[in-house]
Structure formats: C-alpha cells, structure tokens
Design a protein around this ligand. Structure first.
Ligand code: GLY
Length: 434
C-alpha cells in the first residue's frame, strides 16, 4: 500500500513510524513532513493547506491512501480535494471538520445528539462575553470559536484575564467565542475511528495541557501524555461510545455531512458524570504518540477501512500490554514567542535506549559547518524550528518503567533554553495496570 501522510508534527511522525512498521506498506510519503519523518518517508515540499496541490501529489504518487494529520488542512477542505480525485482519505470533509473548526457548531451538534457537555453561551460582543462569565462564575472558561493552534482556550480565576482573552477572540475577523461552565474532574482523551456509520474506539490517554509542573502556567498544545489510565472506570470506553460517539456520528449523518476519520473526544470525569470538554476532528498530539506505541494491529488497514467505509469488517484491534509515556521538549518561550534555530543534540543517543523512540515536531536541518557532525543528517545539523520540538516516547511493562524510559531519553537530549515537564505520569506511575 502506498501512503501519503500530510502534516509536520510529532503526531504525523508517530503515524509514519507506525505505518513504517506495517508490512502491508510498500511506500511512505509525507507532505511536507519534518526531518524525523524524512528518515522513514520521502518528503514533498507541498503546502499542506493547498488541497489541489495535495491531491495532485497523491495522484502523481498513485497513492492508495492519504492520511491528513492536522486540523487546519481538514478545515480547509484538503480531504475533500483528495476524495474528489478518487483517492481514499483518512480525515473528515471540511463539513465534518467543523466539529473542531467551530466550538459553537460542536455544541449545537452535541445538544442535538444529547451528548453530555457544559452548557455554552456563544458571544459575539464583549458585553455578551462578560454576561456569560458572570452567569457561570469562576473558574472562567473562554474558548475561541475557531482554530487557534492549541491556544484558543483560557481557564482562569482572573476575570480580567478571561475578558482579555475574550477581547482577543473577538478582535479576529468574524470573531466569536464560547463561554461555558468549568468542568471539574480529571480529563481523558479518547479517539474514536468512524467511517461515517460504524465506530471503533482506540484506548484512552491523558494529556498534560499546562506548561509547568503541577498543572501550573499557561495552556499549551500538550506537554506530555500517557496510556493506559489504570484509574479510569472499566466501562469508560463503552460509555463514551454509546453516549458520545455513536449519537454524534448519527447526528452528523442525519445532517447530510457524515463524519469519517477520527473523532477526538476530550472528556472530563466530573462529579456529575462524564462530560465532553471538546471535540477535535483529528488525532490528538501528544496523545497519539502513546496510543500508537501501544497498538499491535498493523495501522494501514485500520486507516484504510476508516477511509473506505469498511470499519464494520475490521477485526477487533489488538493492544500491547505495555504502557507508554511521552514527554514533550519545548523551545524556550513556549507557549509564547519561541526561540528557533538552536542546535539539538542527543536524539540518536536517546533513540538507542531500550524502549525509547524520539518523534520530531518543531525541528529543521541546517547545513553543517565543516567538521561539525553532532546529530548530523546527510551533512546537516538538527535545529529547533517551533514551539514543541520533540516528543520522547518511553514504552515499558508498566507506567513507572515507561516513564523512566521516556525521561532517560529526555536526559540524553540537549537544546539550549528548552523546557519540559518533569511530572508527566508521576502521580500514576505506581498504579498497577489493570
Ligand atoms: N493534546 C491536545 C490536542 O491534540 O488538541
């Protein structure tokens, strides 16, 4: 099977890595990819937001499947453009991706489908936003209605900070936002594959969204993750499938916009039961890095069955008994303005450790100075090129071993002024896997 993966992050590197281990995959391509992906796939310098260009590339490669990783191309209709040239695509249409592209639309679908979630107030003026904040009280939750690269949500006790974020959301063209009640309780990410009719859940993971240890600091795209969740209720996945995924997929079909791809269900286990925090229309990053590290079933046929409407014939997925932990190494300044161009060393040493693999996100290659060959790839140096730079994954027989492996990998890597959380999965490391 010839597969083209669209995207540039550690999530796409995790997808390409899993596909590279699948004997059914005969050729792997990525657009535009990153240096880590380039070690496993042929890279193509194509704009990932340009549907016509991605479709033309997929046609020229005679691809059997295109996998669109990030939300921005999905919302821009890249999957539609590829489907239009007759190539199966893993990823929803632009209409389906509205579940992520508009928080207000997602809430409308949840309401129609009877999905448990926090009551929203949609605001298009600062007065409406302020009224929403005062109606719900602290902690205040303000969500940009549109895509915001992981920076659209502010949760704070500070009303002025909540209003300032509301103002920033409203300042964008067509700006609107959602204010909602705070959902207490631990958060879980569950990815559910759907071909528009059938649904197949993956295993749950937990993400660490705040920048600093102890869940302090600003929200980020995600600083680490682990799976499995030994503390989660045994019937969690079934409950999410029955109360959230099936009704949502049915509602999208009823509207004439069937959702095909992966529905990312972000949940809170609140004191009043399970509630949806958010939907995304793609795999989560960094949760995918740990979920795919545990998947034993070869990935290509799973993605193809999703893309071709044949999930109902897919044998049950098989999972390793192992646990997986990932720790994100971020550039200095992240999630604010970030440094870039700093040298990265030690990734190969980390990769060589047992149970460790390093996934690239914000990395680039810079031509070497003569005689300087640390972490060189084809005579070029690895440097930072974004906020989240690397995702170091550790796998082991339990969470303590997986965590130890991930941090052993992190400690091999040097990137000036970078930072990472030291408490990923710390609170659960001693829980036995069930
Ligand atoms: N880890 C959060 C996200 O992918 O949106």
């Amino acid at each position: 099977m010839k597969i083209l993966v669209v995207g540039t992050g550690a999530r796409e590197h995790a997808l390409v890595r899993a596909l590279s281990l699948d004997p059914a995959v005969t050729a792997l391509h990525a657009a535009p990819g990153n240096p880590g992906i380039g070690a496993l796939a042929t890279l193509h310098a194509v704009d990932q937001l340009d549907g016509a260009a991605v479709a033309a590339l997929a046609t020229s490669l005679d691809a059997d499947l295109v996998v669109v990783g990030p939300e921005a191309p999905l919302v821009a209709g890249v999957a539609d453009a590829v489907r239009a040239v007759g190539i199966p695509v893993f990823g929803p249409s632009a209409a389906g991706a509205r579940l992520e592209g508009s928080k207000a639309f997602a809430k409308e679908v949840m309401a129609a489908a009877g999905v448990p979630t926090a009551e929203p107030r949609v605001a298009t003026t600062i007065e409406e936003a302020a009224a929403g904040l005062d109606a719900f009280g602290a902690p205040y939750v303000v969500k940009d209605d549109g895509l915001a690269a992981g920076k659209g949500v502010v949760v704070t006790h500070d009303r002025a900070e909540a209003l300032a974020h509301a103002q920033a959301c409203l300042a964008k063209p067509g700006g609107r936002l959602v204010v909602e009640d705070y959902l207490d309780g631990p958060e879980i990410s569950l990815f559910v594959l759907s071909d528009g009719v059938d649904v197949v859940p993956l295993v749950p993971a937990q993400d660490f969204k705040r920048a600093l240890d102890g869940d302090e600091g600003p929200n980020t795209g995600g600083m680490g993750a682990y799976s499995p969740l030994p503390w989660a209720p045994a019937d969690l996945v079934d409950e999410v499938v029955e109360r959230v995924a099936r009704p949502t997929i049915a509602e999208m079909a009823r509207r004439g916009t069937p959702f095909s791809g992966v529905l990312y269900v972000g949940l809170a286990l609140t004191s009043s039961g399970l509630k949806v925090v958010e939907f995304n229309a793609r795999f989560g990053d960094p949760e995918t890095q740990v979920v795919l590290a545990r998947l034993e079933t070869p990935l290509a046929a799973v993605l193809l069955a999703t893309a071709t409407g044949t999930l109902g014939t897919l044998p049950p997925l098989r999972w390793r008994d192992d646990a997986a932990v990932t720790v994100v190494i971020a550039s200095g300044g992240y999630p604010g303005a970030v440094r870039s161009g700093d040298p990265i060393t030690g990734t190969e040493d980390a990769d060589a450790l047992p149970g460790v693999h390093v996934l690239h996100a914000g990395t680039a290659l810079r031509l070497n100075a003569a005689g300087d060959d640390d972490d060189a790839i084809d005579g070029a140096h690895l440097v930072s090129a974004g906020g989240r730079v690397l995702s170091v994954v550790g796998v082991g027989p339990d969470l303590a071993a997986a965590r130890a492996a991930a941090y052993a990998g992190v400690h091999q890597i040097d990137l000036p002024l970078s930072h990472y959380r030291s408490d990923i999965a710390a609170a659960v490391a001693d829980l036995p896997l069930v």
